[in-house]
Design a protein around this ligand. Structure first.
Ligand code: UT7
Length: 351
């Protein structure tokens, strides 16, 4: 028995923010953003309009309907996000409430693997389906990035990249010969965990730093470390990224983990109908395409319209690829992700 993707849904907030709109907020240009990232526009949430959980629920409803089941049939929720509604509880239970299925008392698992969250979730779901424990797993990736970005010139290296949105899939067992998830591979290496991070607000208390004076903590032993005025004043509450270091590692790890999935299953790049990489940067995808010698029609990119939506990017891309008729029954589809942690992974699926 294998796991199949029985339904796919996506939701993005209504408001489109173009590169030209960003020119009005910070010192950047449409040309810079396009040339370095391929991004033309992204969707951003208007304050109070949506959260990761509400967007996740909207994407989930579409996936659930496509799977031909009702929300009450879901027996396990897996929610991947780096932008949860609350520090705690996790967004999985909020999503459950949004879907109106709290009375089913099903488990809701939150996973925190950033851009690889969806692939991590897929591997987790696949194990539970294969053991027969669950039959209708809802896996959601959703992000409300824009509310946490520094949209001034100070934050331009990061804020122009990210968009909001959600994607969801329903996973079910299948006995259809040869179909379903063939293999998954997930990895992590925390050596450079802070290279792409949002450390504050956080409970690290400066432990991982040689000099914690940058955070502005008071000198009492038992202190409030979650958030300080200095963090607010100096913008330490926003995501930090060493873009070039991330880029260099990404273009190594994407091909590596894709090849791993191919070797495990005995396929070659020629056999793959469509590679759907996490949409981090069009240039990263182009590098990966070149390294693996993939044709244009084997590579799916939609970062131009959404920016980087982290855990939501693969399911949003999957929904778009299906909507555009780029995936047919029997196709071999490769999902691959790389991101903060570092974490990375791949999944090879016979559709
Ligand atoms: O989801 C997975 C995680 N993320 C990624 O995979 C992202 C990986 N990294 C990247 O995609 C690229 O490194 C970026 C797109 C983030 C940056 O591109 P880059 O070619 O590495 O640029 P850079 O950071 O080296 O910056 C080049 C210049 C700098 O100016 P100086 O120092 O050369 O004068 C930046 O200050 O571009 C400047 N810059 C900008 N200029 C206009 C940085 N951001 C902007 C901006 N608009 N938004």
């Amino acid at each position: 028995m294998r796991t199949k993707i029985a339904g796919v849904g996506k939701f993005v907030p209504e408001t489109v923010v173009t590169n030209f709109d960003l020119e009005k907020l910070m010192d950047t240009t449409d040309q810079w953003i396009r040339e370095r990232t391929g991004i033309e526009e992204r969707h951003w949430v208007k304050k109070g309009e949506e959260t990761s959980s509400t967007m996740g629920a909207k994407a989930a409803r579409i996936a659930i309907e496509q799977a031909g089941i009702s929300p009450k049939d879901i027996d396990f929720i897996i929610f991947a996000t780096l932008s949860p509604d609350y520090f705690f509880p996790g967004s999985g239970v909020i999503l459950q409430r949004e879907l109106g299925i709290t009375d089913t008392e099903i488990p809701a698992l939150d996973i925190r693997n950033q851009c690889s969250g969806f692939v991590y979730g897929l591997e987790v779901a696949d194990q539970f389906i294969k053991t027969g424990k669950y039959k209708n797993i809802l896996l959601v990736g959703a992000e409300y990035h824009s509310g946490g970005l520094d949209i001034s010139t100070r934050g331009r290296g990061v804020s122009v990249l990210f968009g909001d949105g959600a994607g969801a899939v329903v996973l079910q067992p299948t006995e259809e010969e040869g179909k379903g998830i063939l293999t998954t591979h997930i990895h992590s290496d925390g050596t450079n965990a802070e290279i792409l991070s949002a450390k504050n607000p956080g409970m690290h208390g400066g432990y991982h730093d040689d000099d914690d004076s940058i955070y502005g903590y008071d000198d009492k032993d038992f202190s409030f470390v979650l958030l300080t005025e200095k963090m607010m004043d100096e913008g330490l509450i926003h995501p930090y990224m060493d873009g070039q270091a991330v880029f260099k590692t990404a273009v190594r790890k994407f091909p590596e983990v894709i090849i791993k999935a191919l070797k495990t299953t005995g396929y070659t790049t020629e056999d793959v109908n469509l590679v759907i990489p996490h949409q981090a940067n069009l240039r990263i995808s182009q590098f990966v395409q070149k390294i693996l010698k993939l044709r244009d029609d084997q590579m799916f990119n939609n970062i131009q319209k959404y920016g980087n939506t982290t855990a939501a990017s693969i399911p949003i891309a999957l929904a778009d690829a299906l909507g555009q008729g780029k995936i047919k029954s029997g196709d071999l589809v490769m999902l691959a992700a790389f991101g903060s942690g570092f974490t990375w992974g791949s999944a090879l699926i016979r559709w």
